[in-house]
Design a protein around this ligand. Sequence first.
Ligand SMILES: Cc1ncc(COP(=O)(O)O)c(C=O)c1O
Length: 487
Amino acid sequence: MENSFEQPVSNEILSSKQIKENEQVSTPLVDALENSLNNLPLQFHIPGHTRGQGLLDRFKKIMEKGALIDNTDEFNSFGTLHPATGPIKKAQELMAMALGASHSYFLLNGSSIGNFAIAMSCLKPNSKAIIGRNCHRSVITGLIMTGATPVWINPQKHEEWSIWGEISPHTIETELKNNPDVDLVWITSPTYEGVISDIKAISDICKKYNVLLAVDEAHGALWNFSDKMPTSALELGADVVVHSMHKTGGSFSQSSILSLSKTSKINPEIIENNLRLLHTTSPSVTLLTSLDAARGYLQSEEGQQNIEKAINFATYIKNELRNYPKILVLTEEDGFNLDPARVYIMIKNLCGRRIENILRIKYNIEIEASTDNGILILSNIGAKLTDVKILINALKDIASKNYTDISYLEDYKFMPLLKPVIKMSPKDAFYKEYETAETKDAVGRISVDLIAECPPGIFVLAPGELITEEHLPYLVNYKTLKVLKEY
Ligand SMILES: Cc1ncc(COP(=O)(O)O)c(C=O)c1O
C-alpha cells in the first residue's frame, strides 16, 4: 500500500484502543454537574442571575438550545471581538452608554484580564503604582507581567469585623508626595464586603498630581444601572474601571467589562491592543451575548424592579437580624459607606467558616464567602423572598443554638490585615531561582509564591515579600512554600 493513511494500525495501538472501548468513560466533572442539579442549595452568592431568575427571557430561551448555540466570533455574522466589529462592537457601544463610559470592552476570563490590561496599559517595567493592599491577586499578576513596583497603602483596618475598610484620600496624597515618580493609583472600591472609598476625593487628588486612577469596581457592576445604587467611579473621575458583570450583574461566569471614563487620559487604542494580546482568539459567543443580555435586562422594567428588590431584601435581612441576640450586622451606622445589596454579619463566638459550614450542611444554603469572623451574603437580582426568609430563619436558629467553633476552622485564618515587608519587586522575585521550604522554616525568607485564597483573592504573600511569624496562621493549608534561593 502506497498511501500511508491506509496502513494497518499497529497491534499495540489496536489493543490500547480496545481497552478504551471496553472501559467506562470517566467524566468526573460531568458527573459532578449532573449531581449538583439534584440538590441545588439556596443561592446567596455569585452569579447574580441566580439560576436564571434574573435573566432576560429571550436569552433564557436561547440558552435552552444548549450546544446548538456554542460558537466563537467571526462566524454567523456575530462580528469580531478584536478588532470589535458587527454586533459585538454595537453591544460594547451600548454597554458603554449604559455605564456612562467613553469605551467599554467585553472581557472573557473575568475582571482578572481587565486588571492585566490595566497594568499593561498604564505601567512600564520601571513604573511605580500606589496600590491598595486589599487588591485582587490579578493586580499582582499585572505587576509581575510589567515589572512595575507597588507602593502599598493599607486601607482602614477593622479587626473587630476582620475586614479591610475604605482607602483614605489623605493616605494617597501623602504617598503621592513621597513618591513623585508614581504613574498610577490603583484601588479596589467597593471591597468584597461592600465598603466604598471616597473616589471623588481620591480622583481630585490624582488629577492634582497628574496621575492616572484605576478603580477595581468588580463588585459594583450594578451601580450604573440604578439611582438607588452608589455612584460609579466612572462618574467620579477614575480613568479606567473594571466590573465583574458576572458577579452581580447577571451575565455568565467569566464575563466582565473594562471601561474608560469620559474624562479618561488613557488612549483607547492602547487598551484595545493590550486586550487583543491577552485575550483568547476563540471568544465564546455565549459569554459575549450574556453581557449584552445582562445589560438589556438591567435596563428593562423587570431588571430595574429586581435591582430595587435586591436592595430591599438586603435591608430586610439586616433589619431582621441586627437586633437579634448574638448577631452583629455591618451597617452604615458603624461608620462605613456600604453597597446596599451586600450583607455582612457576624455571630458571636462562631468564626465565619463555621457559620458558612453550618448553613451549607444543616440548611442547604450557600453564601458568598466567610472571613475570619463573619459571613458575606449577596442579595442578588435573582433573589426570591421565600429564600430570603429561609435564610433569615436559619441564621436566627444558628445564633440561638449553642454551636461552638471547631478549632481547625477557628485556627485557620485567611484574611490577613498585615503590612508587608517588601524586599524586591514581584517580577524580580518571580524570575529568581527558588527553593522549596517547609512553611514553618520559611520565616525570614522571601516569598516567590503569590498566595491568595479565593474568595476573596486578596493575598497573604506576594512574590518579593518577607515571610514573617504573623503569616503562619494564614498558611496552615500550605506545607511548603517557594522561597528565594539566595537570601
Ligand atoms: C476586587 C476584585 N477584583 C477582581 C476580581 C477578579 O474578578 P474575576 O473573577 O471576574 O476575574 C475579583 C474576584 O473576586 C475581585 O474580588
